[in-house]
Write a protein that binds this ligand. Structure first.
Ligand SMILES: [Zn+2]
Length: 343
């Protein structure tokens, strides 16, 4: 139609205009929707979340196993440490044992050496003693031979010898008020005075003064009766033979100990010197030699007077004779036999 109205023309233009706008809007809407979908499919957060969650699940599933493994490892380590400690302790114990064994070996070796040394010394000592005994025997034999050869040796009585007549007297020998008992002057078997009180009292006085000098005197043998002396002498003869026994012991009836006036003196605690020549060299022995006469005692068998007294030197045997006689004998340096003019 060629003849259109202006109003229709104007409506047609408006319709086209709004249709274009609507189409454009639709395109934009479609585009936005498409983009949105695209975005959603390629979202890095969403795509990463899934694997992350699965990993997390895997991790939480593995955790107990790892813990058990760690515990096992810890246990094994502890066991190893324990084993190492025990090994170290064993090694230490082994070392100590070895050291002990070494020490024991050394000690045994030392003891062996000491034993050998002691044995050697004992052997040397024995040899020296045997040599000394041999020399003494030779000397004695020479002296006896010389004595036999002397023509006048028989003129003087040898007090060491017993008389041929061994019968005991009925009374003791008393000279100038002094009782004498020796090999030529025996006592009756019945003479039994016991220990004489005056002599004991003098000894106690002497002992008290010796104590002040630090000497603890003791009389370890004093009175011996006839029967006791008989036993003693028989024992000595059985042990050493009669000849030897006669030099240091008296036959029954001949002992000065039967008088009750003889005191065998030593020191308490010095038993090794009792009835031994060594007592003469001790402090106590020296003190007695110098002081006994002040209490009425004399050293009855001095050195070098065996032929006069009848007995070998006895550093321990003291005889009570009273202060006056003792002082005389001491100052003259003589024996009781010489003082009384016998033998
Ligand atoms: Zn005696």
């Amino acid at each position: 139609m060629k003849s259109r109205s202006p109003i229709n023309q104007k409506n047609k233009k408006t319709y086209i205009k709004w249709a274009s706008v609507a189409a454009a809007a639709l395109i934009v809407l479609v585009a936005v929707f498409w983009l949105y979908n695209q975005e959603k499919n390629t979202d890095p957060v969403n795509s990463a979340t899934a694997p992350s969650q699965s990993q997390q699940a895997a991790t939480s599933e593995e955790k107990p196993e790892e813990k058990a493994a760690e515990e096992q490892a810890a246990k094994e380590k502890a066991a190893e440490e324990q084993a190492a400690k025990e090994k170290a302790a064993d090694e230490q114990a082994a070392k100590e044992k070895a050291a002990e064994e070494q020490a024991a070996k050394e000690k045994a070796a030392e003891e062996q050496a000491e034993k050998e040394q002691a044995a050697k010394e004992a052997a040397d000592k024995k040899a020296a003693e045997e040599q000394a005994a041999k020399e003494a025997a030779e000397k004695k034999a020479a002296e006896e031979k010389a004595a036999e050869q002397k023509p006048d040796s028989g003129n003087k009585l040898d007090a060491t010898q017993y008389p041929e007549d061994l019968a005991l007297p009925s009374k003791p020998t008393i000279i100038s008020g002094v009782l004498l008992a020796n090999k030529q002057h025996p006592l009756p078997a019945t003479y039994a005075p016991g220990e004489v009180k005056e002599a004991r009292s003098a000894f106690e006085s002497m002992r008290a003064n010796a104590l002040k000098a630090g000497i603890d005197l003791t009389a370890f043998s004093t009175y011996r009766d006839f029967g006791r002396q008989k036993e003693l002498y028989a024992g000595y003869v059985a042990k050493d033979g009669q000849q030897a026994a006669d030099r240091y012991s008296a036959r029954p009836g001949y002992s000065e100990h039967q008088t009750g006036l003889a005191f065998d003196i030593g020191e308490s605690g010095q038993e090794q010197h009792w009835a031994s020549s060594s007592f003469g060299d001790t402090k106590g022995g020296e003190w007695l030699k110098d002081n006994a006469h002040n209490y009425g005692f004399i050293l009855r068998y001095p050195k070098g007077a065996e032929k006069i007294t009848g007995y070998m030197h006895e550093s321990w045997h003291y005889r009570y004779v009273g202060k006056k006689v003792a002082a005389d004998i001491q100052s003259k340096g003589i024996t009781l036999e010489e003082y009384l003019g016998v033998n």
